[in-house]
Design a protein around this ligand. Structure first.
Ligand code: F6P
Length: 372
């Protein structure tokens, strides 16, 4: 049984992280008699040995707090920016835990963190992960904590946009986070009654969107709400994107770096995409159009009860897995139960919205437009 564990939070923050830290910590201290430390600012703190002791006092009163008391960063163990250099710090991180007497590491994060945790596991670190992200896109789990809170925030925003869109007879385009998946836009779009929902999983044609908005107007609806996932993309651009992604995934060494750079250039051309979409739709429909970008407000504030419950359940299981010396796993929520999934299966995969998902089918039955 591991006697001393470390916890870190990496990637974008999400509501429920502190609930998870508290659950791991309390179960580890009280039930399993372990020592617990928290590394600060993700993998960067592990590299620098910057940490705090997570004792009962440190864990008290954090359940309802948003963000993460440990801080976070997007630093990657194998590509650490140190000064003007990029250095592989995996060995150093493993060595740090040995020196500190930390026997196992629990990493709380999204898709990138699952990959980074596996990279350390392959260097001999005893690792367990938890799935957190507002995007809900971690492979191997049906829910990530953070998603429910963000869903509530985005839904409330859509609710509120209805009355102003209605009063001014406008189209309001609301951009919703989600990275390359559309869970958040789809869920809040349906819950908030959006008229059109655009997802990365369903490349759109602008004429089709304009058609459905014009049809609505012809039928007497004098306003429309369009929920756009930040990763939504037109069909022609999706083709280019897929080619660039394939080139990156199927190359090695210098070629891979070049393909990565091309992909990054392409991503830059997509900045301001929602504002451009709004301008085009205004022109095509002749209806005054406004844009709202929800941004980081979707990640802020206190976690919903559902996220607290999920984070707490998964956190307690992570402490138990450490006590049982079960490593190289992610603690997942599947079929309404807590499950341990091999990290090898999770890392490098993304959970997109399946095209036959009940939420998509529900939206179609309601006459919601998807731009396809
Ligand atoms: O992964 C969570 C997320 O909020 C995504 O929805 C979004 O694309 C990204 O993080 C934003 O990242 P940052 O906070 O680094 O701007």
């Amino acid at each position: 049984m591991a006697k001393s564990i470390g916890i870190l939070t990496a990637g974008g923050d999400a509501p429920g992280l502190n609930a998870a830290i508290r659950a791991i910590g309390k179960a580890a201290l009280r039930t399993h008699g372990m020592q617990v430390v928290g590394f600060l600012d993700g993998f960067r703190g592990l590299m620098d040995k910057r940490h705090i002791r997570l004792d009962s006092d440190a864990l008290s009163g954090i359940l309802t707090q948003g963000g993460t008391i440990l801080g976070t960063s997007r630093s990657k163990p194998h590509k650490m920016q140190i000064g003007d250099q990029i250095i592989d710090m995996r060995e150093a991180m493993v060595e740090n835990t040995h020196q500190m007497g930390v026997e196992a590491l629990i990493c709380l994060g999204g898709g990138g963190t699952q990959k980074n945790a596996l990279r350390l596991a392959k260097r001999g670190m005893k690792v367990i992960t938890l799935p957190k992200t507002i995007d809900n896109d971690v492979w191997g789990t049906e829910r990530t904590f953070g998603f429910d809170t963000a869903l509530n925030i985005a839904t409330e925003a859509i609710d509120r946009l209805h009355s102003t869109a209605h009063s001014h007879h406008r189209i309001i385009i609301v951009e919703i986070m989600g990275h390359n998946t559309g869970w958040l836009a789809l869920g809040s779009g349906i819950a908030g009654g959006a008229d059109v929902v655009l997802l990365p999983e369903i490349p759109y044609e602008i004429d089709k969107i304009a058609e459905s908005l014009t049809r609505r107007k012809a039928k007497g609806s004098r306003f429309s709400i369009v929920a756009v996932s930040e990763g939504a993309i037109s069909a022609d651009k999706a083709e280019v994107l897929n080619t660039l992604r394939d080139a990156k995934d199927n190359s090695k060494g210098e070629e891979k770096e070049a393909a990565r750079a091309k992909l990054a250039d392409f991503e830059h051309t997509r900045e301001g995409h929602t504002a451009r979409l709004a301008a085009e739709l205004e022109q095509l429909t002749g209806i005054e159009t406004r844009t709202t970008i929800l941004g980081h407000v979707q990640r802020g504030g206190t976690p919903s009860p559902k996220d607290r419950l999920l984070a707490t359940r998964l956190g307690v299981e992570a402490a138990l897995a450490a006590a049982e010396d079960d490593f190289g796993i992610m603690i997942a929520d599947r079929d309404r139960t807590t499950t341990r999934v091999p990290l090898e299966e999770v890392a490098g995969n993304r959970r997109s919205v399946p095209l036959d998902h009940p939420w998509i089918l529900t939206g179609r039955q309601l006459g919601m437009g998807f731009g396809d």
